[in-house]
Ligand binder design. Structure first.
Ligand code: URP
Ligand code: ZN
Ligand code: ZN
Ligand code: ZN
Length: 463
């Protein structure tokens, strides 16, 4: 297929310029002014629009078995929803059960992902430790295109990694040229606070944020950063939600440590009042970890993105329907944790980031695509509009508006945390691997068209 995107303004992380973009097969083959139109080309008129690298969502959970159930979106519906919102690559998580082989889990997730409509790649969680984990990490990096490992510091009695696992896995990642990532919350503190709240009879969803105050996140962020600092490994902190965790990242970076942080679209614009709603189904629908926080923390996250101490935006897309969330109607600790957003992230970050003057269009590209591609070693295949890069492109109308609603979303789960929000700046077209998969509201996602993206190890230096 040949696609010509004509007359738009190409926005890359480094600059914006007027150019046509020609895609041939799954690659961009030319970027320049007044390109000659091949006879067989499909033409997208991008006049008055921005032409940007397709979004990379660094944090999703499609078809995840979690807290006794499985997320509503699978790899097809979840990646299709992403394409409708301009996200062309997701980074999902292989999460082995404690004692389960990492390789076995990896192949299970690879099987589930075969139906994906958009490109995908995996972080692999290290939830326990022994020699086989050490060995499997090597196999994953050297033979399976994995270069990032995830550590849950929360979810005690389930997938929580203890300090021994963190230290040994971080050290192994360094040896292999892979990057460790962490969900930073002190799982023991969460567990004890949950027990105390339940013992006092505070069992509704309003207790969820009380069991996970910012200090719980800050302690774990500081611990992970300290471990990484001692071992000399980089570390990437997922879903940074509070000022205190951001301060830990900022301080470490100021001291020369290679620490990265991810902000979720939801954490940037939704506050903790959702948990105090009298509509308990509504409150439960917002239960995710870390929880939504006050305006003060939202402002801090924006400053983190603006100042470069947070580098990526993601969603932690992890959808459960009302019936699934109702498993915790008598005990908030049993509400499956997770919210959606893969379809809305780009528009929400544009509207709240670019329209407010917090981010320039190039900075938007940086935090929605390019930085992710660079941190996780997919650049310049991903994250850039240039000849030779993958033809993953979103054509963006900065003037068009839409009001977000679960009624019109492609994503499953029947709920939208951004419900009723009107965003100005929306995708008109998404091109993924050279195919027009979203065209003015028409989604043409194709089951199985997504590809696994191998991410090679980073160059290692022996000291
Ligand atoms: O609540 C959340 N975030 N659910 C998904 C799992 C995780 O912690 O990322
Ligand atoms: Zn294998
Ligand atoms: Zn998490
Ligand atoms: Zn997650």
């Amino acid at each position: 297929m040949t696609v010509m995107i004509r007359g738009g303004t190409v926005v890359n992380a480094d600059r914006a310029f007027r150019a046509d973009v020609l895609c041939e097969g799954d690659k961009i083959v030319a970027v320049g002014e007044n390109l000659e139109l091949p006879a067989n080309a499909t033409v997208i008129d991008a006049g008055g629009q921005y032409v940007m690298p397709g979004g990379i969502d660094t944090h999703t959970h499609m078809q995840l078995p979690f807290m006794g159930t499985v997320t509503a979106d699978d790899f097809f519906t979840g990646t299709a929803a992403g394409l409708a919102g301009g996200t062309t690559t997701i980074m999902d998580f292989v999460i082995p059960n404690p004692q389960q082989s990492l390789l076995e889990a990896y192949h299970t997730w690879r099987g589930w992902a075969e139906k994906a409509a958009g490109d995908y790649t995996f972080h692999v969680a290290v939830t326990w430790w022994d020699e086989s984990v050490h060995r499997d990490m090597g196999t994953l990096v050297q033979q399976h295109g994995v270069n990032s490992f995830k550590h849950f510091m929360a979810y005690k009695n389930a997938i929580m990694a203890n300090d021994e696992t963190l230290v040994k896995s971080f050290r192994r990642a360094l040896e292999l040229g892979a990057i460790p990532t962490v969900h930073a919350e002190n799982g023991e503190l969460v567990f004890q606070l949950q027990r105390e709240l339940v013992a006092k009879g505070i069992t509704g969803p309003q207790a969820h944020p009380l069991s996970r105050p910012p200090e719980v996140e800050a302690e774990a962020a500081n611990r992970a950063i300290t471990i990484a600092g001692v071992l000399g490994t980089p570390v990437y902190i997922v879903h940074v939600s509070c000022a205190e965790a951001l301060e830990a990242i900022t301080r470490a970076r100021a001291h020369g440590q290679r620490v990265y942080g991810e902000a979720l679209a939801g954490h940037l614009v939704i506050d903790d009042s959702v948990y105090r709603s009298e509509d308990l189904e509504y409150a439960r629908a917002h239960v995710m970890s870390p929880p939504f926080r006050s305006h003060h923390h939202q402002e801090a996250l924006w400053h983190g993105l603006q100042g470069g101490n947070l580098q990526t935006t993601a969603t932690d897309h992890c959808t459960f329907c009302a019936e699934q969330k109702a498993a915790g109607k008598d005990d908030f600790t049993k509400i499956p944790n997770g919210c959606g957003g893969v379809e809305e992230r780009m528009a929400v970050v544009w509207d709240a980031g670019v329209n407010t003057g917090r981010l320039t269009p190039s900075e938007f590209v940086r935090v929605t695509s390019t930085n992710a591609a660079q941190i996780f070693n997919m650049y310049p295949r991903k994250g850039l509009i240039a000849a030779g890069a993958d033809a993953d492109i979103v054509v963006w109308d900065p003037q068009a508006s839409r009001t977000i609603s679960a009624k019109t979303q492609f994503s499953k789960g029947g709920f939208n945390v951004f419900e009723g929000r009107t965003v100005r700046g929306v995708p008109t077209h998404t091109v993924a691997a050279g195919k027009v998969v979203f065209d003015k509201g028409q989604l043409r996602a194709e089951q199985g068209a997504g590809r696994h993206i191998d991410r090679p190890a980073f160059a290692t230096v022996t000291r």
